[in-house]
Design a protein around this ligand. Structure first.
Ligand code: ADP
Ligand code: MG
Length: 341
């Protein structure tokens, strides 16, 4: 098994807001292996972006990391001095956001923005930087890059701007790119082009990719493995094929049922209920109030993790029962899970 390029362990991020702190990321752990694309998926508000910002240490107060480890290239990023962390941003980990206008400087020519990144990280001389910027624009398939290099962000269409942002993210050849909803703001045709570009860039630049999205459809086409997030916790994790063909968490099954065109002829079913208020989570499984397969024990405490296979793990009492992890209530759980399958 290839070594992990990024290992997140027990990452916990809290927003200190009245009336009580919100735990937006609650003990999140996952590995991103070299050369793979890991999809991080969940409904809006599940803590995906806060996870990404925590990894990059880009959170603003009142948000702060209260625990865990983010090991990248054998260094815990949470222990690095800020000056070292600045080198990791861009040169070690590139970031692509949903909204390129927020990430790009509106009053700076795009070529200049790419060049800046190269210069800051000492990756090119001022003379070479412009040439490299044109090459990067060409790599992300911007037509006529030698002419477009002097344009401003607003002179590009939404899809082309997203390409520019990808060029900026790739400028210093980071081994890892975190793409947070990179196609969400785009129309469907352009979405497909950008996903295609990310796949091509992954090959060409030998990248590992953390692809964050609320859309399992995007994951199906792009990721190798998937981590499913709900209310700040990873509830299921596994290879894409397992997640799509053998989902074990009722939340994962709900997400799958809500993919347009997921199953031919099937009616689109949104998961009933709403993403919980993180300030008032239930004491048990956070999904229990919406769960069609809820057991009595689900309200008691959050479920632990159960391995389904070497590669697939789930946090759900249906499986703790099956794995016999929960002594006192097994009889009840077995009865209920038997009845449900
Ligand atoms: P996602 O990217 O999965 O849609 P986010 O990671 O952006 O979700 O946010 C997760 C939760 O973190 C939000 O639902 C909210 O409760 C909390 N949160 C995020 N940003 C802030 C903030 N600036 N102040 C207070 N709470 C926040
Ligand atoms: Mg987000």
């Amino acid at each position: 098994m290839p070594a992990a390029l990024l290992s997140v362990r027990g990452l916990t991020t809290v927003f200190d807001v009245p009336p009580r702190p919100i735990v937006a990321v609650d003990g999140v752990s996952f590995d991103l292996r070299r050369g793979e694309t890991l999809g991080l998926v969940g409904e809006s508000g599940s803590g995906k972006s806060v996870t990404a910002l925590s990894i990059m240490r880009l959170l603003d107060p009142p948000g702060h990391i209260t625990g865990g480890h983010v090991v990248f290239n054998d260094q815990d990023l949470l222990d690095l001095p800020e000056a070292e962390m600045r080198k990791v941003r861009g040169a070690g980990i590139g970031l692509v956001f949903q909204e390129p206008m927020a990430a790009l400087n509106p009053v700076m020519r795009v070529g200049h923005q790419i060049a800046e990144s190269l210069l800051v990280h000492g990756r090119a001389s001022r003379r070479d930087a412009r040439k490299r910027a044109i090459e990067l624009l060409e790599a992300v398939r911007i037509p006529d890059p030698a002419a477009r290099v002097d344009d401003y962000p607003h002179q590009f269409s939404g899809g082309m701007r997203q390409r520019v942002m990808i060029a900026v993210a790739l400028a210093c050849r980071p081994p890892l790119v975190i793409a947070d909803e990179p196609t969400t703001a785009l129309d469907v045709t352009v979405q497909a082009q950008i996903l295609d570009l990310l796949r091509a860039m992954k090959q060409q630049f030998d990248l590992s990719l953390l692809l964050i999205t609320h859309d399992l459809g995007v994951i199906a086409e792009t990721a190798d493995r998937v981590a499913v997030m709900y209310a700040g916790r990873i509830v299921e994790e596994g290879p894409v094929r397992a997640i799509f063909h053998n989902p074990q968490h009722p939340y994962t099954r709900g997400l799958l049922a809500s993919i347009p065109g997921g199953t031919a002829g099937a009616r689109l079913q949104a998961i009933p209920g709403m993403v919980p208020n993180l300030a008032a989570l239930p004491p048990g499984c956070a999904f229990a109030p919406r769960c069609p397969e809820r057991l009595t024990i689900c309200d008691a405490a959050p479920p632990g993790q159960t391995a389904i296979t070497d590669e697939q793990r789930v946090r759900c009492y249906l499986h703790q029962a099956a794995a016999g992890n929960d002594g006192s209530t097994n009889a009840e759980l077995r009865a209920r899970t038997g009845e449900l399958r």
